[in-house]
Design a binder for this molecule. Structure first.
Ligand SMILES: *Cc1c(COP(=O)(O)O)cnc(C)c1O
Ligand SMILES: [Zn+2]
Length: 408
């Protein structure tokens, strides 16, 4: 019912082959279904949102390794929308997944696939959330997990999760791009299943973000989906999934895929702006948004196509803009996200002010991970708690109140 296909040379591989890139040309692989065999309509898709609701478009047949991922809330951005003059602005809060990021959508499918392929252990390189999610799903499946993290550059909550859920955590003295290169070699040479977003099966799970968005709006397709871009797997996955739904006649168009990167880590946004056919690797990526601190995005080729083919765009935002958007979401909308996630909303604000986003557009920002993932950045950017003596008078004084009558 499906096979793997190289996006560059078209070489085909069977679904049972453990392979991550084309063995003929090194190109990225896609999962390609026999679409004429898939009977799927809006009628079949009644009921609550979840990843496995869309199993007709997922490449596994065995019982899934699941913690009930997906079904994340979509919130109307009333206050931010008003501020920038955009009535139909929404955020889909992927921080509400079991491990606190959208990576769970990919891992429920990827780890299930690992078992289906008979693999005995799994591994990944990670800026944090991939490792947290893999640790969770590996624990659920009962198989060992190895994760490689760039030393000192992973948010505290994410490391805590990887450790607590029992992954073997290796901290390497290098950046994410180094970690990925090493873990690939390790996996191929030792028969370990690699679950980075280069693995096309993981992206299949992540495409359900797009499915849930159009499903939630009663199959009315938003004009634009905005998301933070690191390795560019997610933007690619959502575009692929919605293109498949269009092909099956479930929706009639695909939203403009809009990718946001941090200024110090923006190879994709730069290529889109300059019209270059491929990216220039950023050797020393830097940003406060560690989840998108990536200089050599694995899925760059797919992502450039997704953005261009959908009529979308890409933009950069500064760390200051990211942190300001994080604070706005938290204080004006009640939505708590980690810095990388706020990049999508920082991008929304910037693109609206530039006039790229028009005032009557229907826009959905994907906010990718939970606030509690990165408590250190939060503490650094908020006022400290006010410490006082344990008396009512001291509290009132700290709050700038006049002493209350009752105390006299
Ligand atoms: C992984 C991640 C991203 C980047 O997603 P890509 O698919 O690598 O582009 C963005 N935000 C958060 C919170 C993430 O964990
Ligand atoms: Zn090829």
């Amino acid at each position: 019912m499906y096979h793997l296909e190289c996006i560059k040379c078209g070489a085909k591989y069977g679904p049972d082959k453990v392979i991550y890139t084309c063995s003929k040309c090194g190109g990225l692989l896609d999962v390609v279904y026999d679409y004429s065999e898939i009977r799927l309509s809006r009628e079949d898709l009644k009921g609550p949102l979840s990843v496995w609701k869309y199993k007709a478009l997922l490449p596994v047949s065995r019982e899934p390794v699941t913690l009930k991922e997906g079904g994340t809330p979509i919130y109307h951005l009333r206050s931010i929308g008003k501020e920038v003059g955009l009535r139909e602005a929404y955020a889909k809060h992927e921080g509400m997944n079991p491990s606190g990021s959208f990576k769970d959508r990919g891992m429920t499918v990827g780890v299930t696939k690992a078992l289906e392929l008979g693999m005995k252990s799994v591994a990944c390189a990670s800026t944090g959330n991939t490792s947290a999610s893999l640790a969770v799903y590996g624990a659920r499946a009962g198989i060992p997990v190895i994760v490689l993290l760039p030393s000192g550059k992973v948010a505290l909550g994410k490391v805590a999760q990887a450790l607590m859920h029992g992954a073997k955590v290796i901290s390497i003295k290098g950046n994410f791009d180094d970690a990925l290169r090493l873990v690939r070699e390790l996996c191929v040479e030792n028969g370990i299943y690699l679950l980075n977003s280069i693995n096309p099966y993981r992206l299949e799970g992540q495409k359900t973000i797009g499915f849930e968005i159009v499903d939630y709006f009663g199959w009315e397709v938003p004009d634009r989906i905005i998301l933070p871009v690191g390795n560019a797997g997610n933007i690619t996955a959502i575009f692929k999934g919605l293109s498949e739904m269009k092909r099956l006649g479930i929706i009639d168009r695909v939203p403009k895929m809009t990718g946001i990167q941090a200024e110090g880590s923006a190879p994709i946004a730069k290529a889109i702006k300059s019209g270059a056919a491929s990216i220039a690797v950023e050797e020393h990526p830097e940003t406060v948004a560690t989840a998108i601190r990536i200089g050599d995005p694995v899925n760059a080729v797919k992502a450039l196509n997704a953005i261009r083919a959908s009529g979308g765009t890409a933009e950069t935002v500064t760390d200051e803009e990211i942190l300001a958007a994080q604070k706005m979401l938290a204080t004006k909308e009640g939505i708590g996200v980690e810095p990388a996630s706020a990049a999508s909303v920082a991008g929304l604000i910037k693109l609206r002010r530039m006039g790229v986003i028009e005032k009557d557009e229907h826009v959905v920002c994907v906010v990718t991970g939970h606030l509690l993932k990165d408590p250190e950045t939060v503490i650094k950017n908020c006022d400290k708690p006010i410490e006082v003596e344990a008396t009512k008078e001291a509290i009132e004084k700290a709050l700038g109140m006049k002493p209350s009558i009752a105390s006299y």
